[in-house]
Ligand binder design. Structure first.
Ligand SMILES: [Fe+2]
Length: 207
């Protein structure tokens, strides 16, 4: 069974968030995530365990549960809302059986949500297309119409496979963690007037 989500409001002060943002910018390397010719995001990755990242670690690590370690860390600068996926293979060299939480720590306030669903994929694939092929449940709307209207970047039929586990609103200083095996996506924040959104993202595995 997937892990329960963790939601913490006011986990960090404004000063802490601004400090983290500045420090990470000084030590990160930037790479673009492009899929089907579309630039989805710029990723500002840093080595979480390096000596130069100690002051960053001192702020973030108290929020990471015991027996779990961070194996990938970055600031996500999202430029186009992510569609349905899991984070199973996102961390590089970790095996799927060891993956734990994805953490999201927004760097500003946004009228935007991350949707996490009860449906999950263990092991074989993080592609929603593969999940759909094996799906035997009802094909009907199981989330609210209001929520469905925030997911207009998804194929409408895909939404019929999903039930809501948690909806997290991006607020500066808050923290959200969810099981990397669960399907999740952004809402279509372009429709609420945002052109991008930024957050610290941590992927974790068992120690
Ligand atoms: Fe993700």
């Amino acid at each position: 069974m997937p892990l329960d989500c963790i939601v913490k409001h006011n986990a960090f002060s404004n000063d802490q968030i601004n400090y983290l943002d500045n420090c990470i910018q000084n030590i990160c390397t930037v790479w673009d995530y492009v899929s089907d010719g579309k630039l989805y995001s710029k990723n500002h990755a840093w080595d979480f365990h390096s000596d130069e990242a100690k002051s960053i670690r001192d702020i973030l690590e108290p929020h990471v549960p015991k027996n779990i370690k961070v194996n990938h860390s970055k600031i996500l600068e999202s430029l186009y809302p992510y569609e349905l996926h899991t984070d199973v293979y996102a961390g590089g060299d970790d095996s799927s059986s060891d993956v734990q939480y994805t953490f999201i720590i927004p760097l500003d306030d946004y009228d935007s949500n991350t949707f996490v669903f009860n449906e999950y994929s263990y092991g074989s694939s993080n592609e929603f297309e593969d999940f759909k092929k094996q799906y035997t449940g009802d094909l009907k709307l199981k989330i609210s119409r209001e929520d469905a209207l925030r997911l207009t970047h998804l194929h409408p039929k895909d939404v019929l496979h999903l039930s809501l586990k948690e909806k997290f609103t991006w607020k500066k200083g808050s923290l959200f963690a969810f099981d990397r095996n669960c399907f999740h996506c952004s809402d279509n924040y372009l429709r609420t007037g945002h052109t991008n959104k930024r957050a610290i993202i941590l992927w974790t595995v068992k120690c």
